[in-house]
Design a protein around this ligand. Structure first.
Ligand code: NAD
Length: 490
């Protein structure tokens, strides 16, 4: 088998060394297209977690005191290595996660771009000097928050890990990353790039095991000062509670259920194409993906017809197969969820205009599906579907559309398509989300803060804010020294 196509042996990275887990329990990594076992590996043991935590604790001060320019060189080096290794990494990610190769390649290159951006931003973690009287100085300094525990999901095995490691290292914090056990090769590739670029032993650690046991152990250790999770709302609540018990800061990048409002004053065919392209990317397993489509009744039928044409051309298959444009879902439990959500939507009056089929296995395939006349209370609308299902409803009145768009516990992203500047500005203000895309479905950029409100979480990744969440402020209030003989006499 050519080197590019070999799925790697899975190991943990502790204190600068790749090692096998030492627990008596094991994990199988499954190919979502075939259910074939790609790798079997042992979980991390408590003793190994102790070693990783010791390494983290030991490296906190030395990494903090490493000059930002030196840190920046290492971080930029990791980005370069990811680019050089992108073909091999993309292949492993496509196999373990299911996405088409071209999407996996794009994920690696986007990750490198974010890492590069953080490398530079780490050199600008300025404090400030506050005007004061002549004999005193008031300063606000920035310091790294300290050791970080990061938890990452399976939908973007490279990007989500890169978006934890790069800003934390840029701010001067060492990390322990518990990446998804289901997609470990992507995480290993990112950690390898940082290690090979010169990150000192202990500064980055990577572990796999039983998620709840690891988070409980690591957050209770007294060593970790910050936790950052990308994952589901329930796991976010669990980790937030645990962090609160141990006075640990949190960044929670949780799920979304993004509404899209399509006004009638646009090129409907083009907008439908952009919406569908974005919706079916990564088979719909994207937290900020457009999810609930509110289309003005005047353009509704044309919008649906254009989406149908797009969906007819989607080629479903294994991510690594030539010509595939949509892969399987990453795991079997997502297929069960989508099956139930489709049945619920139909029960509540939705019409399936294309797709709807879930082939017998092996493989977690779901046909790309378009639903119309979807009731707002149905699961596909009320919950995060995280699958290749595009639910569409119509509206007559923009106020009503905004109210319905905001009627969700989530608040990650919202999207608007309109030719009216006034309406665009109004919706940017009134839509309850951390990010609003106006005439675009792209809201994730290295330069801008990515984060949600309401149940979608708090804190940021990317942008200066994405580095800032790994910093704390210290007020330093300094007066001239009291030299001998110059003190106030009583
Ligand atoms: P899940 O919540 O069971 O697992 C998500 C991830 O969290 C996994 O990688 C798992 O290892 C980790 N995890 C679970 N329990 C944990 C714990 N106690 N401590 C630390 N880590 C823990 O969900 P799932 O079935 O894998 O995915 C379904 C939902 O996850 C989706 O509906 C979606 O909302 C969410 N999700 C969100 C993102 C995102 O980018 N925000 C990514 C993937 C999944």
């Amino acid at each position: 088998m050519p080197a590019r196509e070999m799925y790697p042996a899975i190991e943990q990275f502790i204190d600068g060394r790749w090692v096998d887990g030492e627990a008596g329990t094991f994990e199988n990594v499954l190919d979502p297209a075939t259910a074939e076992v790609l790798a079997t590996y042992p979980h991390i043991s408590p003793g190994q977690l102790d070693r990783a935590l010791d390494a983290l604790s030991r490296s906190a001060r030395s990494w903090r005191d490493t000059p930002p320019l030196d840190r920046s060189d290492i971080i930029r080096g990791a980005a370069q290595l990811l680019r050089e290794r992108s073909e091999q990494i993309a292949f492993a990610v496509s196999r373990e996660q299911g996405k088409p190769l071209h999407e996996a390649r794009a994920e690696v290159h986007t990750s490198a771009e974010i890492i590069d951006w953080c490398a530079e931003e780490g050199r600008r973690t300025y404090g400030r000097i506050v005007p004061s009287s002549g004999d005193s100085r008031l300063m606000v300094t920035t310091e790294p928050v300290g050791p970080v525990a990061a938890f990452t999901p399976w939908n973007f095995p490279v990007l989500t890990v890169a978006r934890k490691i790069a800003p934390a290292l840029a701010a001067g914090c060492p990390l322990i990353v518990k990446a998804s056990e289901e997609t470990p090769a992507g995480a290993m590739a990112v950690v390898s790039a940082f290690a090979d670029a010169g990150a000192p032993p202990g500064v980055v650690n990577l572990v796999f095991g039983v998620p709840a046991e690891i988070s409980e152990y690591v957050l209770s250790s007294g060593i970790v000062r910050k936790v950052s999770l990308t994952g589901s709302v329930p796991v976010g609540r669990t980790l937030s509670r645990l962090a609160a018990e141990h006075d640990i800061r949190t960044t929670m990048e949780l799920g979304g259920n993004a509404p899209v409002i399509v006004e009638p004053d646009i090129d409907v065919d083009e907008v439908a194409l952009r919406c569908a392209t974005s919706k079916f990317r990564n088979a719909g397993q994207v937290c900020n993906s457009p999810s609930r489509f509110f289309v003005h009744t005047a353009v509704h039928d044309r919008f649906v017809a254009a989406v149908q044409r797009f969906v007819r051309d989607i080629r479903v298959g294994a991510g690594t197969a030539e010509g595939t444009t949509m892969g399987p879902l990453a795991n079997a439990r997502r297929v069960d969820y989508v099956r139930k959500a489709l049945a619920d939507a139909v029960d509540r009056g939705a019409q399936i205009v294309c797709g709807g089929g879930i082939p017998e296995g092996p493989g977690n395939f779901v046909e790309p599906t378009v639903l119309t006349e979807v009731a707002d209370v149905s699961t596909v609308f009320a919950e995060e579907i995280f699958g290749p299902v595009m639910p569409i409803t119509r509206y007559h009145d923009l106020d009503d559309a905004i109210t319905r768009a905001n009627a969700t516990t989530y608040g990650l992203a919202s999207f608007v398509f309109t030719d009216s500047l006034a309406k665009a500005h109004r919706m940017a203000r009134d839509l309850e989300a951390g990010m609003v895309g106006i005439n675009t479905t792209v809201v994730s950029r290295a330069e801008t803060p990515f984060g949600g409100i309401k149940a979608s979480g708090h804190g940021f990744e990317s942008g200066p804010e994405g580095v800032d969440v790994y910093l704390r402020r210290k007020a330093v209030l300094e007066h001239d020294p009291v030299a001998p003989g110059r003190g106030v006499s009583h």
